[in-house]
Design a protein around this ligand. Sequence first.
Ligand SMILES: *[C@@H]1O[C@H](CO)[C@@H](O)[C@H](O)[C@H]1NC(C)=O
Ligand SMILES: *[C@@H]1O[C@H](CO)[C@@H](O)[C@H](O)[C@H]1NC(C)=O
Ligand SMILES: [Zn+2]
Length: 418
Amino acid sequence: MHFPTTLIAGALFQSSVIAKTQPAQDVLAPASSYSHLHLTHDLLAFHKNLTQIESISGNEHDVGVWLTESLQSQGYTVEKQSLGGNPPRFNLLAWPGGKRNTRVLLSSHIDTVPPFWPYTHNASTGVIIGRGSVDAKGSVATQVLALNGLLESREVSPDDVGLLFVVGEETGGDGMRAANDLNLKPKSIIFGEPTEGRLCAGHKGNLGAKIIAKGKAAHSGYPWLGRSANEVLVAALGGVMEMVKGLPTSEKYGSTTMNIGRMEGGVAANVVPESASASLAFRLAEGTPETLKPLVVEAVENAVAAFVDKDVKASDVVEIIFTSAGYGPIAIDSDVPGFGKPITVNYGTDIPNLKQTVKGQKRYLYGPGSILVAHSDHEATTEKELFDAVDGYKTLILHAMIKDDAREQLRDARRPDL
Ligand SMILES: *[C@@H]1O[C@H](CO)[C@@H](O)[C@H](O)[C@H]1NC(C)=O
Ligand SMILES: *[C@@H]1O[C@H](CO)[C@@H](O)[C@H](O)[C@H]1NC(C)=O
Ligand SMILES: [Zn+2]
């Protein structure tokens, strides 16, 4: 999961540049042909090995190499999709049988937020601490082990389910956007992010913006000779804060919120400031970026009216840049019994970055661990949460398979020539 900040706005811009270069791909054969005898069932050791490797966004190379080798040794074919970088970062697509394009896809991310916190496991309490232990290596490890379990029990065939693990989720989703070039057509995708073991029925949308105020420097003793960029900015932000309060709320997601994540302005107390800026992150409970953007512009223009006259236009005193394309609230499927009441979350995910390639494609969001500790300095999970998530993913995979079969049978039954 990710919480956009001003840093992420910058990263979004960079990643759109990276995404234009054609991603390189290479396919690595399994160490030996698929047999359930190779599959790993040691959840805690697998999760530990994965979590111990530092993989802050941009530095996913080593964890990618380890996971590739581990999956190959378990009998998976692994395709690496390079996103460049030095050392190179790459997405992994893995499949246990002969079929690359599986009907069910399990997906999560292998990058983490900074800073790195080492892995520790208290065997008497079952508490596991460490950066990524929850977000999202808890999901990656439990997805692999769930699939391994179902392969071994032959409840799914090796051609049914694949794995997609991407880089860069925490910094704008360059990995998942590149994954669109893999041309996958799964009927169901199960995304792994911390949802406290519940199913998530949706998450808020998001939009990033930067307000740049333009002043005119002057001595602070003669402020009428200048124009304070800080005053322009404060007025503009006040206008946007008022506007946000009046936005429609949604029963499912609550209210749209705005975070003023970073402000800069001026040089010294005795100088009328020439420039100031603020970076904003909106969390959309309703509507789309296209409906919100003009409201932001209008609120800012109204709020800076006092600085505008016949010689000075609004655009001379303030500029608004939308730093990401943004998206509206994302509805996620949650029609699976046995998970309690579905939750909604306020964080963003890679779901909007992966284009829906199949009509009626099902998308689920589920994973171990608390959303509240995920980015904190006490990111931690428990043995029980991890074991429960293996069971949860198994239930979801089997549900996706059964629904598929039932749907196909229904469709066949309706065909007049049968
Ligand atoms: C974890 O790493 C250790 C040390 O390299 C290795 O012996 C073990 O087989 C690994 N286990 C799993 C499940 O990845
Ligand atoms: C494990 O946690 C218990 C209870 O908090 C504590 O008393 C014990 O010292 C911990 N063990 C280790 C090895 O950290
Ligand atoms: Zn995450």
